[in-house]
Design a protein around this ligand. Structure first.
Ligand SMILES: Cc1ncc(COP(=O)(O)O)c(C=O)c1O
Length: 458
């Protein structure tokens, strides 16, 4: 029998807020291969990145120190919503009839409604400290754009957001939120950049993708002295900033007298997954047995079906070459409702850990994901973001598997955000209008042609 946990909600006082981020690069069995300059094929150096990022973030990107101190100013803003609660999902356990215990860390309590402000605030802070006055970025579902808009407003920077067109149309209130925090928002592909105009010339009806929006935002920043580029996922420093999630969860699980057998998160670029999982993977690398599961959409099955290869981070090819699981940089995923999971690549740190067998991945159809989302909302009350619902679906699946095997597991997942701006997606689900998109092999082969000829990983 698993021990009973009496608290529904395990909360930490502000004094327990982590004061350092955890850098998994210090513990990995194999560090990621270097990021390459596309022109020379050589590893990129700080000077190559300086036009786009402040030096402190570039140093964090290549750091192998185990911990990085969180600046006081960042901690002060974190305290507006951190530490976030850890819940024991007892009502969900009863609803699905499992003998396993399910816990979730809830990041939807941040002002923007997701985990994204954990890095947005840090990035805005370092940019301001090094004299930038404006940031440009892309956003998929609008979660990252609104997080950066919030951070820029509090820190005192201007912000321009290129929002993937399909989300710009599906989620008008995310746009409004960014306006409340004073940011400028345009639908991507836009006619405001070379990259956007190039895509529009070839595909006037393009629904957009994160890859295209990144091209536009990078071009914007590269063309202006006052502007830096800010990315909401994928990069090492972004994943680093998110580790406050897992460090808090670690303490909260201890308070609950439990340790997870299974740790689960959804993966777009990988930041919320890494944020929860990396502090637990530290234990796994040290020899503790933990099943670490990454959940992705079948419409964008980067970890489950994409090869590990060098590829561009954006569609047009403006970024360095990154060693990662990828579906090819010109892959435009179907317009599923989890806009934040529609990215062709996954963070190099996560890709390497998948390659090394430390993390496994599963891909789900969106109808199944929404079924789990509604099951969760019916039991626990919180309406999850469609992205986060992939982790819920993974957790319910893990509980069922344990029951079938006659086992009792302790399952922990990251509920990365609420779905209050995603109600049109729920309406489509209830109206039976959600399309299930699983890619056929021919489409994957076509998309992968984009990486033929790029340097090979070793
Ligand atoms: C709520 C939520 N969860 C997850 C993601 C996926 O991003 P990542 O993989 O970087 O956590 C997003 C991205 O927009 C999101 O908004």
């Amino acid at each position: 029998m698993l021990e009973a946990v009496s608290e529904t909600k395990i909360v930490l006082p502000e004094s327990e807020l982590p004061t350092r981020w955890y850098n998994i690069a210090s513990d990995m069995p194999n560090r990621p291969q270097p990021v390459l300059h596309p022109g020379t094929g050589e590893p990129v150096g700080p000077d190559d990145l300086a036009p786009l990022f402040p030096m402190e973030l570039i140093l964090q990107e290549v750091s192998t120190e185990a911990e990085v101190a969180i600046p006081e100013e960042v901690l002060e803003i974190y305290k507006l919503w951190r530490p976030t609660p850890l819940y024991r999902a007892g009502r969900l356990e009863r609803a699905i009839g499992t003998k396993s215990r399910i816990f979730y860390k809830y990041e939807g309590v941040s002002p923007a409604g997701s985990h994204k402000p954990n890095t947005a605030v840090a990035q805005a802070f370092y940019n301001k400290a090094e004299g930038r006055t404006r940031l440009s970025t892309e956003t998929g579902a609008g979660q990252w754009g609104s997080a950066l808009a919030f951070a820029c407003k509090l820190v005192g920077l201007e912000c321009k957001v290129y929002m993937v067109k399909v989300s710009y149309e599906q989620k008008p209130f995310r746009r409004s939120l960014m306006h409340v925090w004073g940011s400028e928002v345009v639908a991507s592909p836009s006619d405001e950049t070379e990259s956007g105009r190039k895509v529009l010339a070839e595909h006037p009806d393009s629904p957009g993708s994160l890859g295209i929006a990144i091209s536009e935002a990078v071009e914007d920043a590269a063309g202006r002295e006052d502007t830096a580029y800010s990315l909401g996922s994928v990069l090492n420093h972004v994943l680093l900033h998110q580790t406050v999630i897992g460090q808090e969860a670690f303490k909260q699980m201890e308070l609950a007298g439990a340790f997870p057998d299974v740790v689960i998160g959804c993966v777009g670029g990988g930041s919320n997954f890494a944020g929860l999982a990396f502090p637990f993977l530290r234990e796994k690398i040290a020899g503790r047995e933990i099943d670490v599961l990454a959940c992705e959409p079948a419409a964008c099955p980067t970890l489950t079906r994409g090869p590990f290869a060098y590829d561009f981070g954006d569609t047009v090819g403006l970024t360095p070459l990154v060693p990662m699981h990828t579906l090819g940089h010109d892959f435009v995923p179907a317009p599923i409702h989890s806009g934040g999971l529609r990215y062709h690549g996954v963070a190099p740190l996560i890709s390497q850990l998948v390659l090394d067998g430390m993390i496994r991945a599963e891909a789900y159809l969106q109808h199944d994901v929404f079924t789990s989302a509604v099951e969760f909302a019916s039991a626990e009350g919180i309406v999850p973001a469609p992205e986060s619902a992939h982790a819920i679906h993974g957790a319910i699946g893990a509980a069922h598997q344990a029951d079938e095997a006659g086992e009792q597991k302790t399952i922990l997942f990251n509920l990365s955000g609420h779905g209050h701006f995603d109600m049109a997606a729920y309406d489509s689900f209830f109206a039976g209008k959600l399309e299930d998109v699983a890619l056929d092999e021919a489409e994957i082969e076509r998309a992968l042609k984009a990486i033929a000829g790029l340097p090979q990983t070793v």
